[in-house]
Ligand binder design. Structure first.
Ligand code: FAD
Length: 391
């Protein structure tokens, strides 16, 4: 290809892999740098509970799930949305996908190992040089293009750089060194804050003994941010699960432990037997509550409020819970914060550093769980590979 250039991609998460793929497919000589000894460590972590790669919501609704400029998400997802990504996984990486519950798409293998392995092979086939164990610590202008550095060792000069260094979540704070590379060059960076993270709840010891690790299934959570259905898991420190990630801030929330029934229907069900049973025994017998829901009612509901059937039905529909504080960044699924949008032009190039691009979670955007995070990363990687020019 007559316009082939030397390009470095730094970071081998989904954003970096997709940028590398697009640029190598266009005939450029791409070197992919990764500080760890293998590619895509966070995809392996994400695959631990089933690799949820995208979501089946229509594009308009899909794009509304992101913070950051709405026009960027519309354009970026229009260019490389869920269908294009799923097709890429199936046709280019040879892995089946399926639509699971809650509109989420998963890879058939559920974990990330095969996806990463097949992608690595494909990139090698496209002539990409993969350089592992190489933390990049600086980049400087060169006579032509940009020179990459690992401490005082030059890693070569490139016509353009694409950084895809990831967000602040799940990393030990001390290993999150990259922001200084950018702030030292006058770029605006918003500190990372935990997002999509568990919350701490003050559980009584007796409750934990019975309920730690138990699911609270099929609930509706009502918070200041709105409502979300799903499952929760009781942990030693509090709660994990999509509805809690959605709630996203400390304070009082309410759980509807039986969202498919109205309060009146619950009362009718609990009153239908003539047996002389306490309201709680009736709930156990006639409501098929999950173990975690039962434990909550037994241990955390105020005794006076559940003395009769109407009182218990009301608590089941409006269970109050105080979320004390979020779990730290190092345990979060994602983070808000990152390089501010004002640094970038519409191609995701740094306006003050022509020829330097960034993609993925290192930018200041966030989204809920449900496949939105990985989809955004690959869409931005693809966007850069389509819009890259040379500064
Ligand atoms: C527990 C958990 C579960 C998740 N589940 C899902 C899910 O099911 N679906 C979903 O959509 N999302 C999920 N996510 C989020 C998803 O994994 C991330 O959104 C995604 O991996 C971010 O991609 P990225 O390319 O921006 O960065 P990353 O995947 O974080 O990749 C960045 C890469 O850059 C490397 N790097 C960093 N600094 C340097 C440097 N200086 N030099 C060289 N290399 C460097 C890192 O080692 C890393 O490999 C989950 C996250 C977690 C923690």
């Amino acid at each position: 290809m007559k316009d082939a250039r030397r390009i470095a991609v730094i970071g081998s998460g989904p954003a970096g892999l997709m940028a590398t793929d697009g640029l190598a497919s266009a005939g450029h000589a791409v070197t992919l740098f990764e500080k760890r000894k293998g590619l895509s460590w966070k995809l392996y972590i994400a695959g631990g509970s089933g690799l949820n790669v995208s979501n089946s919501l229509p594009l308009d609704l899909f794009a509304k799930h992101y913070t950051g400029p709405a026009a960027h998400w519309q354009d970026c997802l229009k260019a490389f949305g869920p269908q294009a990504w799923l097709q890429f996984i199936e046709e280019k990486l040879g892995i089946g996908t399926f639509l699971g519950t809650s509109q989420r798409y998963f890879v058939e293998t559920m974990h990330a190992a095969l996806l990463v392995r097949n992608w690595k092979r494909r990139l090698e086939g496209l002539g990409v040089t993969i350089t592992l164990n190489t933390p990049i610590t600086d980049f400087r202008r060169a006579a032509a293009g940009w020179e990459l550095w690992r401490e005082e060792q030059s890693q070569g000069t490139f016509d353009a750089l694409v950084f895809a260094l990831g967000g602040g979540s799940y990393e030990p704070a001390e290993s999150l060194a990259w922001p200084a590379m950018f702030t030292s060059k006058g770029l605006v960076f918003k500190p990372f804050e935990p997002s999509n993270t568990g919350f701490e709840v003050a559980w009584p010891a007796a409750f934990l003994q019975e309920a730690e690790g138990q699911p609270i299934k099929n609930i509706r959570l009502i918070s200041a941010r709105g409502e979300r259905k799903g499952d929760l898991v009781i942990t030693q420190y509090g709660l994990e699960g999509t509805p809690i990630y959605f709630a996203g801030m400390s304070g009082l929330v309410h759980l509807d432990l039986k969202p498919d029934l109205t309060e009146e229907q619950i009362v009718q069900r609990l009153q239908k037997t003539r047996e002389n049973l306490s309201p709680m025994r009736r709930a156990q017998k006639f409501l098929q509550l999950s173990p975690g829901s039962k434990a909550l009612l037994f241990h955390k509901a105020p005794a006076a409020a559940i003395r009769d059937v109407p009182g218990l039905a009301h608590v089941i529909k409006n269970f109050p819970l105080e979320l004390e504080r979020p779990r730290p960044l190092s345990e979060s699924i994602s983070a808000s914060g990152g390089l501010a949008w004002e640094n970038f032009d519409e191609n995701l190039m740094l306006k003050s550093l022509p020829g330097v691009y960034c993609a993925g979670e290192m930018l200041d955007w966030d989204a809920p769980t449900g496949g939105f995070l990985i989809q955004a990363c690959v869409a931005q990687g693809h966007w850069i590979s389509d819009h890259l020019s040379f500064g």
